[in-house]
Design a binder for this molecule. Structure first.
Ligand code: GUN
Ligand code: ZN
Length: 470
């Protein structure tokens, strides 16, 4: 008996109507973003089969074959990208009274140890990714824990949600509690298994993840560098994520552990860990030689102002990094950082720079959290803007939540003033809708309090534009 021939599915065409904003290029650091800013008030964002088809002005509406979603009076932006965040640390966000090394010992390691339980990994991954979406972040580079199950769970939940995710198991074979310690040989096996299974599959990529130089032996760092080399031609290469020069006591400790290295950054350089797909969080206590090396290797710094303020780590000098040609991307660094919402990151970033006599226009900030981040991650063909063919990861925001924000919006005299006030005052409570690959995620299910088991069935396996199971 012959099988019935598969009918081509009619394409799913959705037009979102609202105040559409994205970047066509780098707007620079002025109040006038120039041609790099595309703002279409009451415009149309056309999405076909989960991908962006284009942006149209208000006077060029699509024909009646398009399903229309009316977000008039709302701001429609590409989903934010968070280039550095720790999934398991949602459990210790906002923990009292400790600078970095004490904070790790007192709160963080204990929280991460719970992920020895695979069920905890699954629940934690579900909770974290849904929380990220509900805060307006649709793509992220994420630290799991040392347990292989923790990164496996993040990959499989992200795959089911259709999200862009870069993650990997943490490497940590010394200077940490026994129950969180791996060894270079087993860790390499675990990494290779996960790389083979996930790297380049759907919207997923593997990040080799030595926690920081203090918790990996030279042998483990060399193993990590070897993985980057071995897979450099596989799906664009692996990512590498770690921490760099966050806190002065930490920098001193690294100098004692690696006396032969010129600097903290040099430890990673010697292990072959600096590539155009490397992301190092913080980079506060570096010098111009380090900045030149960061620039030369294309390594990005994840500027984490909320975390740097909360842990009292120091003030990142973005102007100096920019002058040296270093790529900088704003990051939440939860749970050192105190919010998953990238608007809070940007608002804190502005204040950190203000303390150093620097300024950050809304255009530079919003670009850095969208298209700029995508470019740093070599993902600007897929995310971060509304260019034709990119994935429709879109967040619809309320311009104002409450009377104070509304009054400020009403008083704004220019688009930049409006956006800057919005960026500074708004947060996740302003999120009105989240789309991943063109599928609207039901916001009432974003935070499954009671029963993650039941909720997770709702998503099923998604084809590129098949939102029916949402
Ligand atoms: N350095 C090493 N581990 C961590 C971590 O989990 N958070 C931060 N902020 N810094 C680190
Ligand atoms: Zn971190």
């Amino acid at each position: 008996m012959s099988e019935p021939s598969a009918q081509p599915r009619p394409s799913l065409r959705v037009a979102l109507r609202g105040d559409i904003l994205h970047f066509l290029g780098d707007p620079g650091w002025g109040e006038d973003g120039g041609d790099a800013v595309q703002f279409e008030p009451d415009g149309w964002l056309l999405v076909e089969d989960g991908r962006i088809l284009g942006v149209r002005a208000a006077d060029a509406p699509p024909d009646a074959s398009w399903v229309r979603e009316d977000w008039r009076g709302h701001l429609v932006l590409p989903g934010f990208i968070d280039p550095h965040v720790h999934a398991p640390q949602l459990d210790v966000i906002a923990s009292f009274g400790a600078p970095l090394l004490d904070w790790l010992a007192r709160y963080t390691f204990a929280a991460e140890a719970r992920y020895a339980d695979p069920e905890q990994c699954r629940l934690g991954a579900e909770r974290f990714l849904r929380a990220s979406l509900s805060h307006g972040t649709t793509a992220a580079v994420v630290f799991a824990t040392v347990h292989r199950n923790s990164s496996e769970a993040l990959f499989s939940v992200a795959q089911r949600l259709g999200m862009r995710l870069v993650t990997g198991k943490v490497l940590m074979d010394r200077n940490c509690p026994e129950e969180l310690r791996d060894d270079a040989t087993q860790a390499e096996r675990d990494c290779v298994d996960s790389i083979e299974r996930w790297h380049g599959v759907d919207r997923l990529a593997y990040a080799v993840t030595p926690r920081f130089a203090a918790t990996s032996s030279p042998a483990q760092l060399a193993m990590a560098g070897g993985l980057l080399k071995a897979y450099e031609r596989c799906a664009g290469g692996l990512y590498m994520q770690s921490h760099l020069a966050e806190n002065r006591d930490e920098v001193q400790w690294i100098a004692e552990l690696f006396p032969q290295s010129r600097s903290y950054l040099d430890v990673y350089a010697r292990a072959g860990l600096l590539t155009s797909r490397s992301i190092l969080a913080h980079g506060i206590w570096v010098d111009d030689t380090d900045r030149a090396l960061l620039s030369q290797t294309g390594t990005s710094i994840a500027f984490s102002p909320s975390s740097n303020l909360f842990l009292g780590s120091g003030l990142f000098d973005w102007a100096r990094a920019r002058a040296a040609g270093v790529q900088v991307v704003p990051a939440s660094d939860v749970g050192g950082g105190t919010s998953l919402c990238q608007l809070r990151t940007l608002a804190d970033g502005y204040k950190v720079l203000a303390l150093q006599g620097q300024s950050m226009p809304a255009w530079a900030a919003l670009h850095a959290a969208t298209r700029g981040a995508a470019r740093s991650l070599e993902l600007d063909h897929e995310i971060g803007h509304f260019g034709a063919g990119t994935m429709a990861d879109v967040v619809v925001w309320r311009w104002a939540d409450g009377a104070v924000q509304q009054r400020r919006q009403d008083m704004a005299r220019s688009l930049h003033e409006r956006l800057f006030a919005w960026m500074t005052l708004a947060d996740e409570r302003n999120v009105a809708a989240v789309y991943v690959r063109g599928c609207k995620i039901p916001t009432d299910e974003l935070w499954p309090e009671a029963d993650v088991h039941a909720q997770s069935h709702a998503y099923g396996d998604l084809g590129p534009a098949d939102c029916s199971s949402l």
